[in-house]
Write a protein that binds this ligand. Structure first.
Ligand code: CA
Length: 225
């Protein structure tokens, strides 16, 4: 899951980054202005946006309106100190999916993030099963034959990306986008190392799936025959 955070308070941004990426296995990009947000949101396929309202170059709700008018329908949660009822209503009317007043508990943000990602406007399945492997996309829980199958964060992100496109060749560029944020320093062979570790673990757990290499192009997950 890749999330864009638009927030100009460094402490808030740092707290959310550590919570969402370290504890909850997400990829997060952080920008501090509307202009940067509009730029990256047009470029990268995010699963959700967390958006502050009071930003140096304007009101976050203007971004909601601009993205919606361009047909960008990804879930947007507005997080703001402006928590009064009228503010909330305006936010939702402008096309935000949810509205969270600061200060908020991290668990509440996570619950709302999961809720907006489950809505029917999001047509992706919330659980995918292939072979003996099952991936709950909402809670990022993986199991083999019903038993928990624990993986490090990057390998979870690789597997999620491959499972969403099972039986299809996934280009390296798509995997890179799913696994690394804009701030990550990426070694040229980093993706291949994550994938080779993942393949070994899938084989070791007899998950009933294999990751094929499409030489020079990308990777493909399929059920073992
Ligand atoms: Ca702010």
């Amino acid at each position: 899951m890749r999330v864009l955070l638009v927030e100009d308070e460094p402490r808030m941004a740092a707290a959310l980054r550590s919570a969402l990426t370290v504890k909850h296995d997400m990829v997060m990009d952080h920008v501090a202005t509307l202009a940067d947000a509009e730029l990256v949101a047009g470029d990268i396929d995010y699963d959700a946006i967390l958006l502050d309202r009071q930003l140096p170059d304007g009101d976050g709700l203007d971004l909601v309106a601009r993205l919606r008018s361009r047909g960008v329908m990804l879930p947007i949660i507005v997080i703001t100190a402006k928590g009064a009822v009228t503010e909330r209503v305006t936010g939702l009317e402008m096309g935000a999916d949810d509205y969270l007043a600061k200060p908020f508990a991290l668990d509440e943000l996570l619950a709302r993030l999961r809720a907006v990602m489950r809505r029917p406007s999001d047509l992706r399945p919330s659980r995918i099963s292939i072979g003996r492997l099952s991936f709950d996309m909402t809670f990022q829980e993986i199991s083999v034959d019903g038993r928990p199958f624990d993986l490090p964060r990057r390998e979870i992100l690789v597997l999620e990306c491959l499972m969403r496109r099972v039986g299809r060749m996934v280009p390296r560029s798509v995997l890179m986008e799913a696994v690394f944020s804009l701030d990550d320093e990426i070694q040229s062979n980093a993706l291949d190392s994550h994938i080779s570790r993942l393949r070994r673990k899938l084989a070791g757990a007899q998950a009933g799936v294999v990751v094929n290499v499409v030489r020079g192009l990308g990777y493909m997950l399929r059920e073992e025959t």
